[in-house]
Design a protein around this ligand. Structure first.
Ligand SMILES: Cc1ncc(COP(=O)(O)O)c(C=O)c1O
Length: 497
């Protein structure tokens, strides 16, 4: 298929669209305020806060406003448009059924301060979700309060600290492998621990690497499993035993549970506390920038430290229980991100035990399919079979072509690029997570784009160096955008640009 055809089939619409301020026509109006009396702002607001001149608000007719935003929305590549192999983010297609159920007004319009007796349905759903997650993970108790994976990590590490404080033990160090997800060391540090980095061997943590660190001031180990290289930490049970013997506890970052569901349970591997990311594995996409949910699952010894309120059940009635003297306290205002739990519970019920297992098996199969198909053309730093994601690098690419060029050129082929330059232990990493929801045909299209890109790198590297050629914008200055964002429109500045 020609590049032009591929673009027409899969690409975004290459429209130019001015800013809404630039489209403004003085006097055009999209709404009418009804017969409200004129208000004298100076009588209501301190004088120094009153505007000297009216705000520069664009003036446009309703149809123009709708068209403007509809066009912009079509530029935004999403899971509903196509393949989104953003490693570590688990951008899988999430069934609309779960959106539909979360949109039910009984759930969506329930006020967070509704009394318990009027919220029994929602409370039951949360209670049953906590129990389902405990069963999937092989743990004893769960809180669904934390609002992100990283907040779940912090919650778990705060519990670890409170547990040792409660026992009068001064354990200050936490071991983290060099493959840890970036949020792990930050969470351990914020919870008051000293972070000790441990080297891995061929991408894995080994008992030998742990041994020298076992001591009476070791609080525990924080381990992402499967790790950020997409590899299963196969020594985890032995390492857990070693940590326990020396009096420490094991924290597992379970954000990658989408590779393990129904196959292996962290609780059976000696894990004492873990978080999981509902917004990766359980029917809410991660990279969309929306709300998240990072439930924390614990073994019995840590249950007293879970955040309050806990959910309690007594004779089929559900209530909040704040009477937990050893609790670390609240992690969120109210109880957390409620509608993500509705989606997650709906997903779990719809999939069932066998469905969850099959989802994980397919996620692993798809990643290995891509790995096997591309391994002759793209360097794989850790050649073992992978779990749900596979990591390549730009090592050996000709003509100075880097991961950035490969990612930019993928845009021309109509695909969202994979995660790049992460994990940090691999120079020029290209991290592909296809997820279980992609068909073989879609994976093959993606593979053939990467095969073509490799050929282009050999034969016409300039094509890659100047890519992308077909997007509304090409190479943005991401650093300036992050460090010096322009968030307010200014007519004068806009004219000067
Ligand atoms: C392995 C792992 N741990 C932790 C996180 C952090 O989760 P969040 O972005 O919700 O804070 C992520 C996010 O992708 C992850 O992949």
């Amino acid at each position: 298929m020609s590049e032009e055809k591929i673009w027409r089939k899969r690409g975004a619409m290459p429209w130019e669209e001015p800013l809404i301020f630039e489209k403004s026509v003085p006097g055009q109006c999209g709404f009418q305020i009804s017969d409200e009396p004129e208000i004298d702002a100076e009588k209501l607001i301190p004088k120094k806060l009153v505007r000297k001149k009216p705000a520069e608000i664009p003036e446009l007719a309703e149809a123009e406003v709708v068209r403007h935003f509809s066009r912009l929305s079509s530029w935004n590549y999403s899971l509903d448009h196509g393949f989104y192999p953003l490693g570590s983010c688990t951008m899988k297609y999430n069934p609309k059924l779960n959106e539909f159920i979360a949109g039910d007004e009984g759930f969506a319009e329930l006020h967070p301060e509704s009394p318990e007796n009027l919220s029994q349905g929602m409370l039951e759903l949360w209670y049953r979700l906590e129990q389902s997650l405990a069963e999937i993970c092989g743990m004893d108790a769960v809180t669904i309060q934390p609002c992100a994976g990283a907040q779940g990590e912090l919650c778990g590490m705060l519990m670890l600290r409170t547990y040792f404080d409660d026992r009068g033990e001064k354990r200050t160090k936490v071991l983290l492998p060099d493959t840890a997800h970036g949020t792990n060391p930050a969470s351990a540090k914020i919870a008051g621990f000293e972070v000790v980095e441990v080297q891995t061997e061929n991408g894995l943590l080994t008992p030998d690497m742990i041994k020298p660190h076992l001591s009476s001031d070791l609080a525990g180990l924080m381990l992402t499993n499967p790790n950020t290289l997409g590899l299963f930490e196969k020594h985890i049970s032995e390492i857990s035993q070693m940590i326990h013997k020396s009096g420490g506890l094991v924290y597992m970052d379970g954000a990658n549970l989408n590779a393990l569901m129904g196959i292996a349970r962290p609780g059976d591997m000696g894990v004492d506390v873990m978080q999981l990311n509902l917004h990766k594995t359980f029917s809410t996409p991660h990279g969309g920038g929306g709300p998240g949910s990072g439930p924390v699952a614990v073994k019995k010894i840590l249950e007293p430290y879970l955040p309050v309120p806990r959910l309690a059940k007594s004779r089929d009635q559900f209530s909040f229980d704040c009477n937990q003297p050893k609790s670390i306290g609240r992690m969120t205002a109210w109880y957390g991100n409620a509608l993500i739990w509705v989606r997650a519970f709906s997903y779990i019920l719809r999939m069932g035990k066998d469905g969850l297992k099959e989802a994980s098996e397919l996620a692993v199969l798809n990643a290995n399919y891509i790995r096997a198909k591309l391994k002759a053309l793209y360097h794989i730093p850790y050649p073992d079979a992978c779990m749900h994601e596979c990591v390549f690098s730009d090592h050996g690419f000709p003509a100075g072509i880097t991961t950035m060029e490969i990612a930019k050129r993928l845009l021309d082929y109509g695909f969202h690029p994979p995660t790049i330059y992460f994990p940090l232990v691999i120079h020029g990493a290209l991290m592909i997570e296809p997820t279980e929801t992609e068909s073989k045909a879609r994976l093959d299209e993606f593979i053939s784009a990467l095969v073509k890109i490799r050929e282009e790198a050999e034969n016409s590297p300039e094509l890659l160096k100047s890519a992308p050629h077909r997007t509304p914008v090409a190479r943005l200055d991401e650093v300036s955008a992050a460090r010096h964002p322009i968030l307010r429109f200014n007519q004068k500045e806009a004219k000067g640009r």
